[in-house]
Write a protein of this length. Structure first.
Length: 202
């Protein structure tokens, strides 16, 4: 398996945003009124025109020992939950994906005068980057002919958010995708995801 860092890019109109997922992010339980759905559709269309998805990723052989996952000689992550997730895997993809700053700009644009619209775009942006991650994992499966485990991200379970720096470094995410970290290890742009995806033997 090629272990070079690769870049994966999609236009906004190439990813179908899961509107039901966005509704869940908004905690909407019942069917919204038509007027609300019209605004929702407008926001979705605007987002698709503005957004560009980017990801940098890399494949590693992995070894699991003493609640630690060794990614070749590049990175070590300590987490019993991650070890369990990667149990039986021969390798893993590590990636950083982002919906870029376009979502952040739109959220800010509407935050002063149209708060409801800002909230909808925020939810749609979260859904959009998750859908892009799904598309990226489908790319791994189909183009590399692999079986994958569900992705696992820093900050979940006992995988400390502090490892974000290592994940971004091995993917050269700042240079290739424009993703940086705050002092509290949160990613900028806000609609960004870092994750580890285990590769199972066929």
């Amino acid at each position: 398996m090629d272990k070079e860092i690769k870049v994966y890019v999609k236009r906004g109109d190439e990813i179908e945003i899961d509107r039901n997922l966005a509704m869940r992010f908004l905690r909407v339980k019942s069917e919204p009124e038509k007027a609300v759905m019209d605004v929702f559709d407008q926001c979705c269309d605007e987002l698709k025109k503005e957004i560009t998805y980017k990801s940098s990723y890399r494949y590693f052989d992995i070894k699991i020992e003493n609640n630690k996952v060794f990614f070749d000689d590049e990175m070590v992550l300590e987490s019993s939950a991650l070890c369990k997730c990667l149990d039986g895997c021969v390798g893993a993809f590590v990636f950083v994906a982002t919906a870029t700053l376009a979502v952040d700009r739109l959220i800010f644009k509407y935050s002063k005068l149209q708060v409801a619209k800002s909230c909808i775009i925020n939810a749609l942006g979260s859904s959009a980057v998750e859908c892009f991650c799904d598309d990226l994992c489908n790319h791994f499966e189909k183009d590399y002919n692999l079986n994958l485990r569900p992705r696992y991200s820093p900050g979940y379970g006992d995988l400390d958010l502090l490892c974000q720096k290592d994940v971004l470094n091995v993917c050269r995410a700042t240079t290739l995708s424009g993703v940086t970290l705050t002092k509290s290890n949160l990613m900028i742009p806000r609609k960004s995801v870092s994750a580890i995806v285990g590769v199972k033997e066929k």
